[in-house]
Design a protein around this ligand. Structure first.
Ligand code: UD1
Length: 428
């Protein structure tokens, strides 16, 4: 399977003009941050796994490559993945793949859980700042794994994983996933204290349980009773990945900045409670129904203060969209980033478009301006890149967002979906 990340210069630019009010309907795809982990979870059991509602994004292609490098066969068509996992696997995740996608680190837990051995290249930093994995390792060590590092790889072994109380000092999403996928095969009961509680974690719990694991929430802790064997989830039409709340936030931001009324089919309001509250406070009218939600904006949004927190707080992944919206909202908003240290870099790009933003440590003060002005800007990561595309729709003249390959990592046809609700956008 080849990876269709555009190489530099090859359709690597989104081009936008100022948009009229957006109208119509957009369909929200499967969640990137869920499907990558479900794919890793398949390593826990020999046999054929089927995933449905899989977004056509390049991070999924990379995860396919990683699984294939381990000896797994993957077939991908019509938003479905058929993943055939053999009895024996190569338990190594090579640097050239891990380096391109940090989320690869989640193969560590399932490999240790099933084979008692794993060797994974250490991920480097990225545009969010340093991304350590110390909590992943400490949590796995408390189950009995031991680790050593050499030549840029981390090697883990575990003769026997034994259930115990695992305390996460911070509810890290990746550490929760890794320890969960090891604990499902450990002997006895594991209690994970202070786990991440993002909807993508609940999706992983549900998928593991369908594979025969025994995982349950006990208040806001996770209780895992280890089992001897797991099997592919009963397939039917395949296990359906939950909708992507961050993709939904992207379209909410577009409506927020351009005005109009758009129905987000499949968006799940209960995955986005805090975001919906915040956007309502800013003046967006949101109506929720079973099939999705409708967002309507008839006037300039009002500013609000924003502070990112682990779920159920406002997700750090929403922040670039909220900052884009604040750049043209009426008033001043103070934005506080509590999850990642380096996540303000795209603000320099927004300034090039006329935004009035001051940063101080992990705070940004955004003073709304009447209009942004189109400019050439660069995407440095998935969500910040998409937030620049959205900002371009509210800017006079033309905006060129280069670095589109970053955006393709997490968005299926962003330009097509925005054009479908009336946005003047193209790709070249
Ligand atoms: C996941 C998401 C990412 C999202 C983030 C927070 C995927 C593929 N990525 O990333 O989009 O922004 O959750 O919701 O699902 N930390 C440590 N040591 C560790 C692990 C984490 O210090 O061992 C720190 C990180 O540097 C960061 C914070 O904890 O400051 C949160 O990280 P974490 O929740 O682990 O995020 P990821 O799983 O990497």
């Amino acid at each position: 399977m080849s990876v269709d990340v555009a190489t530099s210069g090859e359709r690597d630019t989104f081009v936008t003009q100022r948009s009229r009010a957006l109208e119509g309907e957009v369909s929200i795809g499967g969640a990137k941050n869920s499907v990558l982990k479900l794919m890793a979870a398949c390593l826990l059991a020999e046999g054929q796994h089927v995933l449905a509602n899989v977004p056509d994004i390049s991070d999924v292609s990379l995860m396919c490559e990683l699984l294939e490098a381990m000896g797994v066969t993957v077939t991908r068509a019509d938003h479905r993945l058929v993943i055939d996992v053999p009895a024996e696997l190569n338990t190594e995740a090579p640097y050239h793949l891990v380096e391109r996608m940090r989320a690869s680190i989640v193969v560590l837990g399932p490999l240790l859980g099933r084979f008692g051995t794993a060797r994974v290249a250490l991920p480097g930093g990225d545009d969010f700042g340093p991304r350590p994995i110390d909590m992943h390792l400490r949590a796995l060590e408390s189950l009995g794994a031991t680790f050593s590092t050499a030549h840029g790889d981390i090697s883990g072994t575990a003769e026997l994983l034994k259930g115990t109380e695992v305390v996460l000092e911070y509810p890290s999403v990746g550490a929760t996933e890794n320890v969960l996928m090891a604990a499902v095969r450990a002997k006895g009961r594991t209690r994970i204290v202070n786990p991440a509680r993002e909807p993508e974690i609940s999706d992983l719990v549900e998928f593991l349980n369908q594979m025969g694991a025994r995982v349950g929430w006990s208040g806001d802790r996770l209780a895992v009773d280890g089992v001897e064997r797991l099997a592919p989830a009963p397939s039917g039409n395949g296990y359906r990945v939950i909708p992507d709340r961050i993709e939904a936030a992207t379209f909410l931001a577009a409506v927020g900045m351009c005005g109009g009324s758009v129905f987000l089919r499949h968006a799940v309001a209960e995955h986005m409670t805090m975001l919906i509250r915040k956007l309502s406070e800013m003046g967006m009218h949101i109506v929720i129904d079973e099939a999705g939600l409708r967002a309507t904006v008839n006037q300039r949004l009002a500013s609000a203060d924003i502070s990112t927190l682990p779920f159920p707080g406002l997700a750090t992944d929403y922040k670039p969209f909220l900052v884009s919206m604040l750049t043209t909202a009426a008033g001043v908003g103070i934005v506080t980033e509590n999850i990642f240290t380096g996540r303000f870099r795209y603000i320099d790009e927004l300034r090039r478009m006329g935004a009035d933003i001051r940063t101080e440590g992990h705070h940004a003060v955004v003073r709304g301006v009447e209009r942004l002005s189109g400019a050439p800007v660069r995407a440095h990561d998935i969500r910040a890149g998409a937030a620049l595309v959205v900002a371009g729709l509210a800017a006079t003249g033309e905006t060129e967002v280069t670095g589109a390959a970053h955006i393709d990592r997490g968005y299926e046809d962003l330009a097509g979906k925005l054009a479908g609700i009336g946005a003047p956008i193209s790709r070249r």
